[in-house]
Design a protein around this ligand. Structure first.
Ligand code: B12
Ligand code: SF4
Length: 470
C-alpha cells in the first residue's frame, strides 16, 4: 500500500467566536483525535491541524505547504459555514485539486447531499474510526470511486452524478479496543494556558461512553444513535492516570451525555479510583433520574466537584413535551442533595420550546429559585435537522436560511410568542433569579436589589409588547 498524506482538521476558530471568547472554555476536538489514534494504531501516519487557536489564513498556508492527499474534516452545526469555506478553498486551488475531502461529525449525516454538492468527496455517516480507515486504505490503493460502494456508512456521488448511500455499518461493539485520543498531535498546552489564565485551573476533556439511550426530542443523536456503550472503568482510570502524569491538569471534564447512566459502572469506576488512590477533581453531566444518594456519595468520593443536571424547564408540561422523561421535583431534589453533599450543581434551561407560555416561564423561574443551582445556562430552543423536534416544527418554519448561508440555529418557527419574546424572557429569568439569590445573602448590596427588579420589570414590559405582536 502506498502511504498518502492524511490530515485531520476542524473548522473551529476561537477568535471568530465572540460567545466563546467571553467564557473561554475551549476543548480539543476529541472526535478527530480518536480517528488519528485509530489510524496510527493501524499503521497509517497522519497529522492533525487544530484550528482552535489559529485563523483561516494560517490553515490555508498550512494546506498549501503540506498538500495532503486526504483531508478529513470534523463538522458540527456551529462550524459548518467554516467547513464550507475550507472545502471551497481546497477545491478552487490548483495545488490542492488532488486532495480528497472526507467529512464526518454530527452535522453531516442529515445534510450529506448538500455537502457533496458543495465539493466534499465522501461523507462518513456516524462513528468514524473503521470507516475512515477503510477509506484511507482505499484511496491509498486505488483511485477508483467505483470501489466506494464496498465501504459501509458513507455517502458519495457516483460517476453518473447520483447520490449513493452505502449499507449501514454496525457500531463498534467494544469501545475498549479503541486507543486513547491522539492528544500528542496537538498543542494541549495552549488549552491549559487559556484555562489557567481565565479560570485559574487547567481542564482536560475525556470521553468514556458512546450514545445515549434517552429520547429528548431536541437532541441530535446523528453520530451514535440511541445506544449505550462504555469503556471499562479500568481503561478510563488508565486514561486519567496517563493525563495526570503527562499534562498535570487540575481537573477533568467528562464529555459523556449521561455519566451516571449505569450505577454498576460508576461503582466500578469509584472502586478503581479508590484502589489507585487517584481521586482527581472532575465534572460531569447527567440526568436527575440517574442520581440518588448512593450515587452522589460515589461521585463525591471519586472526585466529582460539579454535576450538571439537565431539566430544561421548570414546567412539567414542557419537560413532557420534550419527551425528557424526568420529574421536575426529582430534578430539584437532586440539585439540592448534590449541594448538601458538597458537589456544585449546575442545570440547563431551554426557553421557547413549542407550546411554552408565560405560565411555564413563571414555573421555570420558581423552579430555579427553589432548586437554587450554583450555575445555570439558558438557550432558546432551535430545531436540529434529524431530531423529532425538527420534524414537529418543520411545517411552521418562519425563518429558514439558505443552506450554505446559515445553520439550524438561525431557523425560527411559529412559537407561542415571537422569538424576541423569549429573548426578553431570558433576561427576565436571569434578573428574577439573581434578585432572589441576592435577597438570601446576609451581605446583600441594597442598591443592587432595585436595579435587578427594574431590569425584571423592563423585561416583562418588553415581553408584553412582544405578546401583543404574537
Ligand atoms: C463536548 C461537547 C461540546 C463542548 C466542546 C466541543 C468540542 N470542542 O469538543 C462545548 C460545550 C463547547 C459544546 C458546544 C456546543 N455544542 Co456540543 N457537544 C459536545 C458533546 C457532548 C461531546 C463531543 C465529543 O467530544 N464527543 C466524542 C467524540 C469521540 O465523538 P464525535 O466528536 O462525534 O466524533 C466521532 C464521529 O462524529 C466521527 N467524526 C468526527 N469527526 C470526524 C471527521 C472525519 C473526517 C470522519 C471521517 C469522522 C469524524 O468519528 C468520531 C469517532 O467515532 C456532543 C455530544 C456527543 N455525545 O458527542 C455535543 C454536540 C456535538 N454539541 C452539539 C451542539 C448543538 C453544540 C452547540 C451548537 C450548542 C449551542 N451552544 O447551541 C455548541 C457549539 C460549539 C462550537 N463552537 O462548535 C450537538 C451537535 C449537533 C450538530 N448537528 O452539529 C451535539 C451532538 C449535542 C447533541 N446531542 O445535540 N459542545
Ligand atoms: S439530552 Fe441528554 S439525556 Fe436527552 S437524549 Fe440527549 S444526550 Fe440523552
Amino acid at each position: 500500500m502506498k502511504q498518502k498524506k492524511v490530515l485531520f482538521t476542524h473548522g473551529y476558530f476561537l477568535d471568530e467566536d465572540p460567545k466563546e471568547k467571553a467564557i473561554m472554555r475551549p476543548y480539543p476536538p476529541l472526535g478527530i483525535l480518536y480517528l488519528s489514534a485509530y489510524l496510527e494504531s493501524n499503521g497509517i501516519q497522519n497529522e492533525v491541524f487544530d484550528s482552535t487557536f489559529t485563523t483561516f489564513e494560517i490553515l490555508k498556508q498550512y494546506l498549501l505547504k503540506e498538500k495532503p492527499d486526504i483531508i478529513g474534516i470534523y463538522t458540527n452545526l456551529m462550524t459548518k459555514i467554516n467547513v464550507l469555506k475550507i472545502i471551497d478553498f481546497i477545491k478552487k486551488d490548483k495545488e490542492l485539486i488532488h486532495s480528497k475531502i472526507i467529512l464526518g461529525g454530527p452535522e453531516v449525516k442529515n445534510h450529506a447531499h448538500n455537502f457533496l454538492k458543495y465539493g466534499a468527496d465522501v461523507i462518513v455517516l456516524g462513528e468514524g474510526e473503521e470507516t475512515m480507515l477503510e477509506l484511507v486504505k482505499l484511496f491509498c490503493d486505488k483511485q477508483n470511486f467505483e470501489e466506494l460502494k464496498h465501504v459501509k456508512s458513507i455517502a458519495y456521488i457516483d460517476a453518473t452524478a447520483q447520490l449513493q448511500l452505502t449499507e449501514s455499518r454496525a457500531l463498534l461493539k467494544q469501545i475498549d479496543a479503541l486507543p486513547m485520543p491522539n492528544r500528542k498531535k496537538i498543542n494541549m498546552q495552549l488549552y491549559f494556558d487559556v484555562w489557567k489564565k481565565h479560570h485559574g485551573q487547567s481542564v482536560v476533556s475525556v470521553s468514556t461512553m458512546r450514545g445515549c439511550p434517552y429520547t429528548c426530542k431536541w437532541c441530535s443523536r446523528a453520530v451514535y444513535g440511541q445506544t449505550y456503550r462504555r469503556k471499562s472503568a479500568k481503561l478510563v482510570v488508565d486514561e486519567m492516570e496517563y493525563l495526570k502524569h503527562t499534562y498535570h491538569p487540575d481537573a477533568i471534564w467528562f464529555v459523556d451525555d449521561v455519566f451516571t447512566v449505569s450505577h454498576k459502572w460508576l461503582k466500578e469506576f469509584a472502586d478503581e479510583i479508590a484502589e489507585r488512590k487517584l481521586v482527581f477533581p472532575y465534572e460531569i453531566i447527567t440526568r436527575a433520574d440517574r442520581l440518588n444518594e448512593e450515587v452522589i456519595d460515589l461521585l463525591k468520593a471519586s472526585g466529582c466537584f460539579r454535576v450538571w443536571i439537565g431539566a430544561e424547564s421548570g414546567s412539567q408540561k414542557i419537560i413532557d413535551a420534550m419527551d425528557r422523561r424526568v420529574d421536575v421535583n426529582v430534578v430539584r431534589e437532586m440539585i439540592q442533595l448534590a449541594q448538601k453533599k458538597g458537589i456544585q450543581a449546575g442545570t440547563f434551561i431551554m426557553l421557547g420550546y413549542p407550546g411554552e407560555t408565560t405560565a411555564d416561564i413563571e414555573e421555570t423561574i420558581h423552579h430555579l429559585k427553589v432548586a437554587n443551582p450554583d450555575l445555570y445556562t439558558i438557550t432558546i430552543a432551535y430545531p436540529i435537522k434529524g431530531t423529532p423536534l425538527y420534524e414537529e416544527v418543520e411545517s411552521n418554519f418562519t425563518v429558514f436560511p439558505d443552506w450554505d448561508k446559515g445553520t439550524d440555529r438561525d431557523i425560527d418557527f411559529k412559537r407561542t410568542y415571537t422569538k424576541k419574546f423569549y429573548e426578553y424572557a431570558v433576561r427576565l429569568v436571569y434578573n428574577e433569579v439573581r434578585y432572589h439569590k441576592e435577597t438570601l445573602k446576609s451581605n446583600t448590596n441594597y442598591f443592587l436589589l432595585p436595579y435587578l427588579k427594574a431590569k425584571s420589570y423592563a423585561a416583562r414590559g418588553a415581553m408584553f409588547l412582544q405578546k401583543m405582536k404574537s
